[in-house]
Design a protein around this ligand. Structure first.
Ligand SMILES: CC(=O)SCCNC(=O)CCNC(=O)[C@H](O)C(C)(C)COP(=O)(O)OP(=O)(O)OC[C@H]1O[C@@H](n2cnc3c(N)ncnc32)[C@H](O)[C@@H]1OP(=O)(O)O
Ligand SMILES: CC(C)C(=O)C(=O)O
Ligand SMILES: [Mg+2]
Length: 559
């Protein structure tokens, strides 16, 4: 028997060479932990915008800006003003209309080209504070095929760009400038060379611990596992000059689906700052998603320094600005990410929620955070279809009616719910379940209901005088027994000839969401058949009597 080495006979292992790893012997980041939020910089209005089919118009940019400010971003890259008039005009609008809060700094991107740098400063004229972000690519493929330059030529572009940025800044002394440099495609660049280029920029800008520069290290195209990126960052931090005068910033893309993981590991490896976008819009597969990383921190008890509580506002604004829908399973914010349809998940969630007390740490199976923290209600947590079990329907019903279903009622409810879900082949809404519960277990109009009653005596000497109403006639009955309930079943037996043998009984005062004072549940045998009934009424005794009448009505209907 012959074995093919590859699953596809055309597979060519030489086509995509493996990414080189760094042979590190002093790796420290795997033992590090994240304990505080990094500095965040949103690049929605630049990297996010440049990747859209239709770049944002003025009002979309303004909506995105307001959202970012409201969420608490302190640094926002607002565009590439030398690239297009809309980008230029948006920066002018921010400055001239005084839209930048005191504690927010705008950032703009520019290539290391003199004319573009001059135009960039024109856009920023009058800003109180700004980050000027200059970049050039440093990877072997870009050196060779795009720039046709050797390493020295690339260092020269960076040095000249940095010098120009510094020189033109002097023409605008009223602004507090911060300089940022990105060796674009850092993660595909030899780390030694990335450090060499950055050291050349440091030499030009002469930062100090008091006046730091930002060195932004992008995974422009994510091409290796996040641990490899972390090694690159740790190596960079260990070897770059004047580390105490540099903020190391990270800018990851999501080509392999690990942009957030890479950014997190880069923080472990010594980085200070993260650039990314809301929900991960950006070139190709997107930029790293700041919302996900912030929620990862939040769910570990670390203040993310960003407000994610208005999740639905974030989603609707991002969608309106990008014309890209949010996947319903998007981490943390997607419409379905706190929803359990399946029975065993619902059962566990319901039990854990019932056991959770207010002041203890959140500990709910399948729910890493309380969805209410981001504005999601219980309806989004448990949804019922044919994959669901008794817990799901019970939970929705309990929330809607403000009651707690005894286990034996849950079991009885499960069967008609399952039948309805299978019949409809779709999701059941809470209203459907409430209607089904009422129809199956409660007395409906025209059936026997308690009109009035008097109870005499107590304990073994109880006697009940009751009047029933079937919608048109009144029926009087009386009976006695060793308690109010047995006196009432005795009265029913005498008047209607129905022998009710109670098997299960539960009464409770109704909670919030119910307009009745009490609810009662009965399971009874009548003529060898088992019936389950429920009723809500002003007090527990009348609720109990009506629950008994519910099973009586069911048996009469069957006759
Ligand atoms: C990874 C990133 O996201 S980087 C940001 C990318 N964003 C954008 O490009 C969006 C906005 N850009 C634009 O609108 C345009 O690129 C402009 C207006 C800025 C410039 O347009 P053009 O002048 O046509 O130049 P273009 O961007 O095509 O670049 C080509 C030239 O610039 C050079 N170049 C490209 N990037 C850089 C850089 N960062 N620094 C210096 N030179 C650069 C190229 O080598 C090429 O040179 P050549 O003409 O001698 O071959
Ligand atoms: C401009 C740089 C930082 C960039 O967007 C990238 O390399 O992805
Ligand atoms: Mg980018």
């Amino acid at each position: 028997m012959s074995h093919h080495q590859y699953s596809n006979p055309d597979f060519n292992p030489e086509k995509y060479p493996r990414f080189p790893v760094i042979r590190k012997t002093d790796r420290r980041w795997p033992n590090a932990e994240i304990r505080t939020a990094p500095l965040w910089c949103s690049v929605d209005l630049r990297d996010g915008n440049q990747a859209l089919i239709e770049p944002m118009n003025v009002s979309q940019k303004q909506a995105m800006w307001h959202l970012l400010v409201n969420m608490g971003f302190k640094e926002i890259e607002v565009g590439f003003p030398a690239a297009s008039q809309p980008d230029f005009d948006f920066v002018r609008w921010l400055i001239e209309e005084n839209r930048i809060p005191d504690d927010v700094t705008i950032q703009v991107l520019v290539q290391a080209r003199n004319d573009l740098i001059e135009r960039t400063y024109e856009a920023l004229d009058g800003a109180r504070r700004a980050v000027v972000h200059v970049y050039n690519s440093t990877s072997p493929v870009q050196r060779k095929k795009v720039f046709n330059l050797d390493k020295a030529g690339i260092v020269d572009i960076a040095r000249q760009g940095a010098a120009k940025v510094q020189q033109v800044a002097r023409d605008y002394p009223a602004t507090d400038w911060t300089f940022q440099y990105s060796p674009e495609s850092f993660s595909s660049t030899e780390v030694e060379f990335a450090v060499e280029v950055c050291n050349a920029v440091i030499e030009v800008w002469q930062p100090t611990p008091e006046k730091k520069i930002i060195l932004n290290l992008p995974a422009t195209v994510e091409s290796a596992m996040p641990n490899v990126f972390a090694d690159q960052i740790e190596w960079f931090c260990d070897h770059v000059n004047q580390r105490d005068s540099v903020l190391v910033s990270i800018h990851t893309h999501n080509d392999r689906g690990c942009a957030v993981a890479a950014a997190e590991m880069a923080i472990l490896a010594g980085a200070d700052r993260i650039e990314g976008t809301l929900l991960g819009n950006g070139e190709r597969t997107g930029n790293m998603d700041i919302v996900t990383m912030a929620m990862n921190l939040y769910s570990q008890g670390i203040d993310p320094q960003l407000d994610i509580s208005m999740a639905d506002d974030i989603i609707s604004t991002v969608e309106a600005c990008t014309n890209i829908k949010t996947h319903p399973r998007h981490p943390w914010l997607g419409e379905l990410v706190y929803t359990a349809f399946s029975g065993s998940h619902q059962d566990a969630i319901r039990k854990c929620l019932a056991a959770q007390t207010e002041n203890e740490p959140w500990d709910i199976a399948y729910l890493p955070i309380n969805p209410e923290d981001i504005g999601r209600s219980y309806q989004s947590v448990i949804r019922v279809n044919s994959q669901s079990g008794k817990g799901g329907a019970s939970y929705l019903l309990e929330q809607a009616m403000g009651i707690t279903l005894p286990r034996w009622v849950q079991i009885e409810l499960a069967q008609p719910v399952q039948a309805l879900a299978e019949r409809s082949a779709s999701e059941l809404q809470t209203d459907d379940i409430v209607r089904l519960f009422r129809h199956t277990f409660m007395t409906s109009h025209g059936q026997l209901q308690l009109d009035s009653y008097t109870l005499e005596g107590s304990g073994h000497q109880s006697a009940v005088q009751a009047c029933l109403n079937d919608g048109s006639n009144l029926v009087s009955l009386h009976g006695h027994g060793n308690g109010a309930i047995s006196a009432f079943t005795d009265a029913i037996h005498r008047a209607l000839g129905v022998a009710v043998q109670i098997v299960q009984f539960d009464e409770q005062s109704a909670g919030e969401g119910s307009d009745a004072g009490a609810v009662a549940f009965i399971q009874a045998n009548i003529n060898g058949q088992r019936y389950t009934g429920a009723a809500a009424d002003e007090d527990t005794l009348s609720a109990s009597m009506n629950a008994i009448l519910a099973v009586v009505n069911q048996s009469l209907k069957q006759q």
